[in-house]
Design a binder for this molecule. Sequence first.
Ligand SMILES: [Zn+2]
Length: 769
Amino acid sequence: MSRAKPNASAAKRHGNAHVQILGLNADVADTTCASVLLFTDQRRYVFNVGEGFQRFCVERRLRLASAKTNAIFLTRVDSSTVGGLIGMLLTMSDAALASHGGSVDGLERRIVDVRGPRNGVDRLGRAARTLFGNGRAVALEENGFDGIDGEAIVDDGTVTVRPVLLGRNRERAEDGGDTKRARTESASASEVASYDVKLASIPGKFDMAAAVKLGVPNGPMRGALVRGETVTLEDGTVVAPNMCVGLEQPGPRVVIFDAPTLEHVREALSRGTSLFGNVDDMSVVVHLASASVVSTSEYVDMVKSVFGGAREQCAHVFANSKAMDEVPVFMSSARIQARLNAVHSGIFPDENVPRSPPPSPSRAKDGKRDKVPSGVANAIAGRNLFKFTLIPTKNAGSDWSGVPKYVPTAVYKGDVEAKTRELASAAMKPTPPPSPSSAPRPGADLPVPEYLQKLKLGDVELVFLGTGSAMPAKYRNVSGFFMQFGGDGFDGNIMLDTGEGSLAQMIRRFGVESVNEKLKHMRMVWISHIHADHHVGLPHILTYRAELFRRDGVEPPTIPVVGPRSLRRFLDFYGDLERLHCDFIDLAETTSDKWASETMSPQIARLRAALSGSDLDEIVAVPVNHCAHAYGARLAGRRGWSMVYSGDTRPCQSLVNASRDVTLLVHEATFENGMEEEAVKKRHSTTKEAVQTGIDARAYRTILTHFSQRYPKIPIFDASYTERTFVAFDLMSVDFSELPKLPKLLPAVRSLFDDDDEIAKEAALGEDE
Ligand SMILES: [Zn+2]
């Protein structure tokens, strides 16, 4: 195979050029593949866009979901590498529309160039298109390739990119057979691309002294000479570049290498040096496979065989969750979590990670034998935000300056003021029950219902995985709820809405071992409506779950996914990419009349079977006022409790009726009071409207969620309503037995945010979206 041919005329100044590791979910080991960013001063290339990509960019102020990203390359096409792509495209589209007065008329559609193995990219495109209506300002352009060895797929003057495919023959063989059945389960048997990237040559340095001597004037002529052009001076003297410009240097070469399974590793080993040809100009190889794969002796043998010819300085950067470390990726959110923990450690549990403080970068170098395979020369643990400088070549090598430092949660907790702590302990003091004789006030607290008095800790728990609206952001992830049941012989759990990153959030709350166990006992998933911030995390949850069963040698049992009818099309197409092992049920088939009907429909029968043995008796879809096919849910427990989740909605009578005397109403409150007009336009609720729904329905408790993504101040609501109302935060865990005391914590939580200097500073600066 041929080497990239230096292209003198295309030689441009790169300025600086770097490769950087973006460990999207480095702290949770949820199988999300790291993203790799290759950037020069002018151009940006992104490799893989797993779940959490947008949130990562917001946290780190990286403007990658913008016009500046020149192409997206996928090494695999599955939920580990594309989980963040759809959300990113929708956000880009919304931003383009917003800056164009909200209409697509006359708007030039932005095409996002997505490169990857053809089969996968085509299937992804078909699935994604089910979610992009005509009103979208961004379209995905599937630029799949078949991996004809040596052929460049990008040659734009900055980089020349050549893909190398592994697993290609296997996929071909399967496609020839019974296609649907023999379809690959996951990346374990499908095409995987690695990318051989050669930067254009670096122009020689302009020799000022020589130019002055030759009489070359300041201005465009000098630029022309640097670009390799010969110029003629006014006096007729012909000056060639070699007379005053140093020699052009060949551009650095980088390989983004992915061999996710041992089968891929073996294939790479057998192909040896034919994969990338002569590698003596290689600067850095980024390895994306998981720790369990790269730690095998076969992997090391393969690296020696394929990259053995590289020069001594060639670095091997390992970007897997083990190599990266456990420093919280979303540090602003981790900080809030730690501070809330000082208010109530049960309702705001510590993040489950890091399990142990990770080593400092200097210690990481000493201890790198644990983090990277021994036997690979110049191996580097590619920690989150680790950078490798390519140009200027005199600085080439590792750059640890951007790698986040670990901050022990005790530091954050130590900042909590005495006033907040006093309010928190005051809230825990027993208070007399509301006296029935006092004059009825609409927001007055209600007596604890009898069934609730009997519920014990661990019987019914609701975990808020994401409490923000629209797009994953710094302080709040998008909508996701996990609910689990225990005690009295009940078990099992369900999920309500699964915005992007819900699985990672669940691991942050419970730790990976515990989540693996819980997912095996998941009974169903319920999705309120088709907006991306409520369901984009679903494929990753389902494929991750299926893999847990397969690892045990068990065929994954299907579980019901109840959702809006348009979700069925997405899941059908997505199922061509990876098997989801779910059984779709239209929300419209689960309304109250369907549950009450004497002749049980197959859908209700299926749900009843899935829920048997759990505390959840019914989950009824309640039509609400938002987009087409949008629903809220009314859940009824066997031990007398009940809960309503509003989904996204304007205040509506159907929801008030469904919430009558409910134990807990979880209601969206997207907009602050005073933004009624916006709320009407976008068909959401304001704080006041959400609280009022709870009061009107005599809900025992109301928890507000789905907040607009600015900074996490506590919404204002009428003081007389605070006795029954609370505000949700990410990873907040509400055990139903603790519902009575929940509102009492509000003053402490409020003071925590009133006194938060960092958030105040952030708010003053203004967020960048
Ligand atoms: Zn919505």
